[in-house]
Design a protein around this ligand. Structure first.
Ligand SMILES: Nc1ncnc2c1ncn2[C@@H]1O[C@H](COP(=O)(O)OP(=O)(O)OP(=O)(O)O)[C@@H](O)[C@H]1O
Ligand SMILES: [Mg+2]
Length: 466
């Protein structure tokens, strides 16, 4: 069991909302000193956007603000995220409104000017309470507010490597199939680095032509090309010591690869259309879903750049090679999908043992992203609170020749037929709310024939009765 004292406050997300900049700054500093991840907003509307984007465990909000008051914000926060603790900050004039906020679910109110020690004690206490209730997989790290699930030993060693390289300034190359979580790993490196408070800027090399990539990364002077109406700082300059995430590096042309190599060696860029070189400071994390070594062999990728990018290489294994992650990821996506699709207070559907077996056996070509989409769909399709295999929409037959195991033709056919029957019959029974006669009629079977199939496949009518 998680005890309140053993909780690590670095997982705590605090959101500070006030229209006065110095109050925001003061509260930010206090919460940061607890080790929490702190963000701020200058009114209720901006605060809600932040909340939707990155969530919050504790919200400290002023009452009187333009656009949306603290009292209105409280109602919205509680509606979307009931577990979040909201603290109202109030001047003496607004104490009655603050008191009425307590009736609407606020955890506490503090009167201005605050006593710093009191603020600290309160945020710490509320923070520990909220975190103790937050459901957590046994092994998660956070990448800027987003959890990375890692139950499988292979994924755990990836995260160990992340923890080891993060504090060093070396370039990192993240390799792995599409949808395995490369960008999340890159964000985790940044979040655990010494420059986590500086920018993390992502650029996808595959989405831009050479010319655009150059001006995006290196910047350009005014009038450098048609449409360049003002000068623009490139991403390398904007990073200001933070991290640049360069995705899909395999799609850079060899000539652009040469330009990038020079920047990495000399730490200067020459903006497009400019003469002067400007110094830049950033940490580069590159990602690819291609085998760069094979591209080096054919001359499509520069070997010298490869060694520069991959001072440390992190290989993110495909999901089918880390089966222990499947149930944990499914659980994680289930909670998010249920909250988004069914509402914050709706019960989270459970996954039946059969559905879990289907998920674990699936070949996941699209990796974690495919699993995420599958769960999102299943949450919408399933109506009775339990996700069954036929809600997943995977391998329509339930068994496919690609599942890995070698079987002879007749066994394969038998399994495929059984899987088809099972899905067909279950759907019919589900539609008929477990009424066998109605289901049989809808399938064009006699009641007796349907019952025989149900017996063979071990399908029970009761599972489907409303
Ligand atoms: N271990 C994980 N825990 C939680 N969510 C994950 C994990 N791995 C991936 N995801 C989620 O799966 C999706 C795909 O991850 P991400 O974008 O990082 O993959 P990628 O390897 O960069 O994909 P691509 O090659 O398509 O760019 C994202 O929504 C991400 O949040
Ligand atoms: Mg990506």
């Amino acid at each position: 069991m998680t005890t309140v004292d053993s909780i690590d406050l670095s997982q705590l997300r605090v959101l500070v909302v006030d229209d006065e900049a110095d109050i925001r700054l003061g509260l930010r500093r206090l919460a940061t000193s607890l080790g929490a991840e702190v963000s701020d907003a200058e009114d209720g509307v901006a605060a809600l956007e932040q909340l939707v984007q990155s969530g919050a465990d504790v919200v400290l909000t002023d009452l009187m603000m333009p656009r949306m008051s603290g009292a209105e914000l409280l109602v919205e926060v509680k509606r979307r995220s009931p577990e979040t603790a909201v603290v109202i900050l109030t001047g003496y004039g607004t104490i009655p409104s603050a008191v009425s906020c307590l009736q609407n679910g606020a955890a506490h109110f503090l009167t201005k000017p605050f006593d710093n020690a009191e603020v600290l004690r309160l945020v710490e206490r509320l923070g520990r309470q909220v975190l103790a209730q937050r459901p957590q997989a046994a092994h998660t790290v956070h990448a800027g507010g987003r959890a990375i699930v890692a139950e499988d030993p292979r994924m755990r060693s990836v995260l160990e490597l992340v923890t080891r390289v993060a504090p060093t300034p070396v370039s990192v190359l993240v390799e792995g199939e599409s949808g395995t979580g490369k960008e999340l790993v890159a964000r985790a490196v940044h979040a655990a680095s010494g420059v986590a408070d500086r920018p993390f800027l992502a650029v996808n090399a595959a989405a831009l032509s050479d010319t655009l990539l150059e001006s995006e990364l290196f910047g350009h002077e005014r009038g450098a090309f048609t449409g360049a109406e003002r000068r623009h700082d490139g991403v390398f300059a904007q990073a200001r010591g933070g991290t640049v995430f360069l995705d899909e590096v395999a799609s850079m042309s060899p000539s652009f690869q040469g330009k990038l190599l020079r920047v990495l060696q000399e730490h200067v860029v020459r903006p497009v259309g400019g003469n002067a070189e400007i110094p830049v400071e950033f940490r580069l994390i590159a990602a690819t879903n291609r085998e760069l070594e094979a591209m080096i062999a054919t001359g499509a990728f520069r070997e010298d750049l490869f060694y520069r990018l991959g001072v440390v290489r992190i290989a993110v294994p495909p999901l089918r090679e880390r089966p222990a992650d499947v149930p944990a990821l499914a659980e994680h996506f289930l909670r998010t999908a249920a909250r988004v699709s069914l509402g914050p207070n709706a019960p989270v559907p459970r996954v039946s043992a059969a559905a879990l077996a289907t998920l674990t056996a699936h070949a996941w070509r699209g990796n974690v992203r495919e699993l995420e989409n599958t769960i999102q769909r299943a949450v919408i399709v399933c109506t009775d609170g339990t996700i069954e295999p036929w809600h997943l929409g995977l391998d329509r037959g339930g068994w496919s020749p690609s599942a890995g195991e070698e079987v002879d033709y007749s066994t394969g056919k038998q399994r495929a037929v059984a899987a088809f029957q099972s899905e067909f019959v279950r759907r019919a029974l589900e539609k008929a709310h477990g009424n066998v006669s109605h289901a049989a009629e809808a399938c064009g079977l006699t009641r007796a024939a349907l019952q025989r199939i149900m017996r063979q496949l071990g399908i029970e009518r009761e599972t489907f009765s409303a």
